[in-house]
Write a protein that binds this ligand. Structure first.
Ligand code: ADP
Length: 184
């Protein structure tokens, strides 16, 4: 069973790696950020609620996010495993997830601050996302430090943490992830 959590700062490339691995393992890639953006685009009630927080670089409240993930993980395609990308992001979310299902590994993509900022700033120039403006980026990094970084120890204590250097190139990182998961 491959129930995986991908952890790391914004800009670490979790989404890229989650996509690659999910295709090769044939398990769904579940990005809470993508689900929120989809709901915003389609002007749903969930989208309206989430956008208030997302646009400013804050986390969507746990209650809303947990309910959404519970619903997604109960779908049929999750029965052989999944990759969660961008969830959990708080201790409360991690505890909620643990109460729901056993997670096999948390893969932590670590990256120096300067590199994360550099990557996000170059993404901001392309302005593909409304939360990629410089002010909002600053907020997202701070929120990451305060609320998400504690999860590294949370999973370390449970013995499920795998650490990957996210400063390398995409192909190299994919290989490292597979090696860490003992897939190749
Ligand atoms: P990134 O990892 O680059 O910050 P995401 O697409 O994962 O981008 O998330 C974008 C935004 O969506 C977050 O800043 C937050 O507002 C919201 N979001 C995504 N996942 C969660 C979550 N697990 N809990 C709360 N908010 C979330």
């Amino acid at each position: 069973m491959m129930r995986l959590v991908f952890l790391g700062p914004p800009g670490a490339g979790k989404g890229t790696q989650a996509k690659i691995l999910s295709e090769s393992l044939n398990i769904p890639h579940i990005s809470t950020g993508d689900i929120f953006r989809y709901n915003i685009e389609n002007k749903t009630e969930l989208g309206r609620e989430a956008s208030e927080f997302m646009n400013r670089g804050f986390l969507v409240p746990d209650k809303i996010t947990n309910a959404m993930v519970l619903n997604r993980l109960s779908m049929d395609d999750c029965k052989n495993g999944y990759i969660l990308d961008g969830y959990p992001r708080t201790i409360n979310q991690a505890e909620f997830l643990d109460s729901m299902q056993e997670i096999n590994h948390a893969v932590y993509f670590y990256l120096r601050d300067e590199i994360a900022i550099e990557r996000l700033m170059s993404r901001a120039k392309q302005e593909s996302r409304s939360d990629d403006s410089p002010e909002v980026i600053k907020n997202r990094l701070q929120v990451y430090k305060e609320q998400t970084q504690p999860l590294i120890n949370y999973y370390k204590e449970r013995g499920t943490l795998l650490e990957i250097d996210a400063g390398a190139g995409i192909t190299m990182i994919s290989k490292d992830v597979r090696r860490a998961l003992k897939l190749s």
